[in-house]
Structure formats: structure tokens, C-alpha cells
Design a protein around this ligand. Structure first.
Ligand code: HEC
Length: 104
């Protein structure tokens, strides 16, 4: 029952959009380790890799969902998409909240 309530609360928080309170920033930080090689330790981007710093969580999560869905987003989507396909909804929410919170 308790577990059910937690899951239900999570689903409500996610349907309400980016909810920083509900996001697990530590888990987001762990996921972000796999993004650093391209987006940089401060999410500042480099060369063809766009900066993520300064973006809000909603923007980031929307992009990640689109990459995961196989949508062609920009010219270099082929480089990014493989890094989004393995992410769960929760991981997208957490990593987006982490980036928005940590590198604003
Ligand atoms: C192999 C390099 C690489 C890795 C690793 C990588 N990305 Fe990307 N990312 C890119 C490239 C290249 C683009 C631009 C893609 C395009 O043109 O559509 C991008 C775009 C994005 C965008 C959209 C930015 C914008 O303003 O449009 C987000 C959000 C993003 N990446 C998040 C992540 C996250 C989170 C991770 C780790 C889970 C990650 N990326 C890992 C290369 C990478």
C-alpha cells in the first residue's frame, strides 16, 4: 500500500511536469556521469555538443523524450539518441532536474 502511494505520487508529480521536489538529484547526478564526455563536467557543451547549462528541467526532459522516441531533433541526433534510448521516465526526470539545478 505504501509502495503504491509512492508510485502514485510519482506519477502525479511527473504528469504535472518537472517537479524538482520529487526528483532524485543524486540519482540524476549518477546518470549525468555518462553524459560528461560530450556535454562537459559543467554541462557547458563543446564543439558540436550543445550546452545543457541554463536550460530548465522541462526543456531537457522534453528533448530527452524526443531522442528516446527516435525523433530527429537536430543535425547530430544520431550521436545523442543512443544515450537517451536506455533511460527510463524516472531517469529522464532525475537527470533533467539535476542538470537544471546544478548548472543553471
Ligand atoms: C556521444 C556524445 C553524447 C553523449 C554521451 C550525450 N550526448 Fe546529449 N547530445 C549530443 C549531441 C551531439 C547533441 C545534439 C543532437 C542533435 O543535433 O539533435 C545532444 C543533445 C542533447 C540535448 C538537447 C540539447 C538542446 O538544447 O537541444 C540534451 C537535453 C542532451 N543531449 C542530454 C544528454 C544527457 C542527459 C546525456 C546523458 C544521459 C547525454 N546527452 C549524453 C551528444 C551526446
Amino acid at each position: 500500500m505504501k509502495m503504491y502511494l509512492i508510485i502514485a505520487a510519482g506519477a502525479i508529480a511527473m504528469s504535472a511536469g518537472a517537479n524538482l521536489q520529487a526528483a532524485d538529484l543524486e540519482a540524476g547526478a549518477a546518470t549525468y556521469q555518462t553524459c560528461i564526455s560530450c556535454h562537459g563536467p559543467a554541462a557547458q557543451g563543446q564543439a558540436i555538443f550543445p550546452a545543457l547549462a541554463g536550460r530548465d528541467a522541462e526543456y531537457l526532459a522534453d528533448k530527452l523524450q524526443r531522442y528516446r522516441a527516435g525523433e530527429q531533433v537536430g543535425e547530430n541526433t544520431a550521436l545523442m539518441a543512443p544515450h537517451a534510448t536506455g533511460l527510463s521516465d524516472e531517469e529522464i526526470e532525475n537527470v533533467s532536474a539535476y542538470i537544471a539545478e546544478e548548472f543553471d
